[in-house]
Ligand binder design. Structure first.
Ligand code: CUA
Length: 353
């Protein structure tokens, strides 16, 4: 029992940080889901305690009798009363558990507001189309006309509606501290909403973290994304900044070599607003300089970006920047000068600087 508890301690302590812990929920959905967890744990604890006590009492009551080993005790066969009791009690417990769970499940799946329009015919709900890919996330804001990758920016204090789908294999969308998780499928769109009530700037990392929660390949565990929650005013400003990048050369640190290398080696798969590329194969890099991770999990600095460009397969096995054999990047070997220029150029892609 002690070693079991010790193991559980390790698991629980690993979930302690409030930017990624389902045990420190934030927002309406996360809090209600957490309360359901508490309810389920409470009922299960009650059952374990009652059954264990009865079990121990039975041991004590029916241990070897003092009157001798050859005496046959009173024989009992069947008891309607007992059978009714141990049938009815579990039914009551399951009802207590299932009514709130089913109610919550339907409530969080109510996305009718996604289709509401204002007088001008524009959709009013904040909607994000999420596409999960090996091993990164694309976030499209259809009503704002902007796209990001790896970075979900959302306002606090309102319902944010999600359309979830996958481009390749099944993934699962989960922001542990906020709510979820929900599978992303290739065929069927899943929809639900989340509510963000805390500005992520107050957190240790300045962001919440989202994860892929469905085993999807060798780099499944690295398929994280950043969730930045801001005030509604700051969100509007961010949207305006994103729109303002349209039609402009986006890198603040542009050099001829950086621009040329980016055009030759990156634009076939990555899009950058104002620079070009159709994207879709790789993440949109418009706001790369504003991220706080390289490739979703490495510290955000130029050295890590250079190492990543040189050999992305070393960091995220199976990612599409490597050729199918996994032996070299699809853009071939670049010179040190090209990699340096490219890293500087990509770090300069920013709407916040
Ligand atoms: Cu995607 Cu696990």
């Amino acid at each position: 029992l002690f070693s079991l508890l010790a193991v559980m301690m390790v698991f629980l302590s690993g979930c302690g940080e409030d930017y990624i812990s389902a045990l420190k929920p934030s927002g309406q959905v996360g809090k209600e889901q957490f309360n359901l967890l508490l309810l389920a744990t409470g009922i299960m604890t009650l059952v374990i305690v009652v059954v264990s006590v009865i079990y121990l009492l039975a041991f004590l009551k029916f241990r070897r009798s003092k009157v001798g080993e050859n005496v046959i005790p009173k024989q009992v066969e069947g008891s309607h009363t007992l059978e009714v009791i141990w049938t009815v009690i579990p039914i009551i417990l399951l009802l207590i558990l299932s009514v709130p769970v089913v109610t919550a499940t339907y409530k969080f799946a109510d996305v009718a507001a996604m289709d509401e329009v204002d007088e001008a015919g524009n959709k009013t709900a904040l909607t994000v189309n999420v596409t999960a890919k090996l091993y990164w996330w694309e976030f499209e804001y259809p009503n704002q006309g902007i796209v990001t990758a790896q970075e979900l920016v959302v306002p606090t204090g309102q319902k944010v509606y999600f359309n979830l789908k996958a481009a390749d294999v099944k993934h699962s969308f989960w922001i542990p501290a906020i709510g979820g998780k929900m599978d992303t499928n290739v065929e069927n769109l899943n929809k639900f909403y989340l509510v963000f009530d805390k500005e992520s700037a107050d957190l240790k990392d300045g962001v919440f973290y989202g994860k892929c929660a469905e085993l999807c390949g060798p780099s499944h565990a690295l398929m994280d994304f950043k969730v930045k929650t801001v005030s509604p005013e700051a969100f509007d400003a961010w949207v305006a900044n994103m729109k303002a990048t349209e039609g402009q050369t986006a890198s603040k640190d542009s050099t001829d070599l950086g621009e040329a290398t980016f055009a030759n080696s990156c634009l076939a798969c990555h899009a950058v607003s104002g620079v070009g590329g159709t994207g879709g194969v790789g993440p949109n890099l418009t706001t790369f300089g504003d991220r706080n991770r390289v490739a979703g999990f490495l510290e955000h600095n130029e050295e890590n970006l250079k190492a990543w460009i040189e050999n992305p397969g070393e960091f995220k096995p199976g990612n599409l920047m490597m050729n199918p054999e996994g032996t070299a990047p699809v853009y071939g070997d670049l010179t040190d000068e090209e990699i340096q220029a490219l890293a500087t150029y990509i770090m300069g892609l920013s709407v916040e600087k």
